[in-house]
Write a protein that binds this ligand. Structure first.
Ligand code: KMH
Ligand code: ZN
Length: 270
């Protein structure tokens, strides 16, 4: 089995300090959380940006400030979000790809996202995939529902996505595919040969899905973006403890954890 790549999704676009006081908001705070996550064993950081009021922004200037601070602290693979926040335009969402990070997320379909609709029509997928290919940015294909895998394969058939593809199954979002081992295995079995995959369980599903990934030979995404609780009724005191716990689970199950450079090799990054 490949070594385990742990991705830390440290802030996301939706949470506020009312949800948890441990949420990083400024570039400095986000970079510090990325450092703690890398120290704990994460080899990829999935980044969102916030404006001075703490609201989500896709401003490349803010992402640039965050990335500069993260790079000064750890060698993790930097992955920016093109999901941004549901109310944002395609233009806004795509903007941080211009910074040519190693990776960027690309959600390959529209899905109900709680009370909202996370809109990713076909034209947006083509535009985003073209832009990432042109900028040499490797997409992480965010899969919230099974049809999104087929959309990704169609983009690859068109030459807009280059194999091997890397997928992240986001399971347990209210309105999208429920988390569970059966759904996870179904998604894994639907992937093109040679693909790599990670799973991001939402809320209470984060730990069990990460443990399933450890056993199945996939990779795991943890962090405050997807889950603010360490256990029922107890807030996680930042991203570090969530990463440390998956490292312990992997160790107990005999699955070594990848370094950032080992993650780069596994993901086909230069
Ligand atoms: N914030 C969600 C609407 C991604 O980063 O690409 C989309 C999201 C996925 O967070
Ligand atoms: Zn995200």
């Amino acid at each position: 089995m490949d070594k385990l790549i742990i991705t830390a999704a440290v802030v996301g676009a939706e949470l506020t300090r009312e949800d948890t006081p441990y949420l990083p908001l400024t570039p400095e705070e986000i970079a510090e959380e990325a450092r703690r996550s890398c120290e704990a064993g994460a080899s990829v950081v999935h980044l969102h940006a916030r404006d001075p009021e703490g609201l989500p922004t896709q401003d490349p200037k803010v992402y640039g400030e965050i990335i500069e601070r993260v790079r000064a602290r750890c060698d993790a693979v930097i992955q920016v979000s093109t999901g941004g926040a549901v109310h944002m335009s395609a233009e806004e969402r795509l903007a941080p790809v211009s910074l040519q990070p190693e990776m960027a997320s690309l959600t390959t379909g529209t899905v109900n996202f709680g009370e909202d609709v996370f809109s990713n029509p076909w034209g947006l997928l083509v535009r985003f995939a073209e832009a990432m290919k042109a900028q040499g940015v490797k997409p992480e294909l965010e899969i919230f529902d099974t049809g999104m895998v087929a959309n990704a394969v169609r983009l690859e058939t068109m030459g807009l996505l280059l194999p091997p593809l890397h997928f992240d199954f986001v399971l347990g979002v209210p309105g999208a595919l429920p988390a569970g081992v059966k759904n996870l295995v179904h998604l894994v079995e639907s992937l093109p040969a040679g693909s790599t995959w990670s799973v991001a369980g939402i809320g209470r599903h984060q730990l069990p899905m990460a443990a399933a990934a450890v056993i199945l030979g996939g990779h795991a995404r943890v962090g405050l973006e997807d889950n603010i609780f360490y256990r029922k009724g107890e807030l996680a005191q930042g991203n570090g403890p969530l990463v440390e716990r998956v490292v312990r689970v992997a160790r107990e199950l005999g699955r070594p954890v990848a370094t950032p450079d080992e993650a780069r090799a596994l993901l086909g990054l230069a």
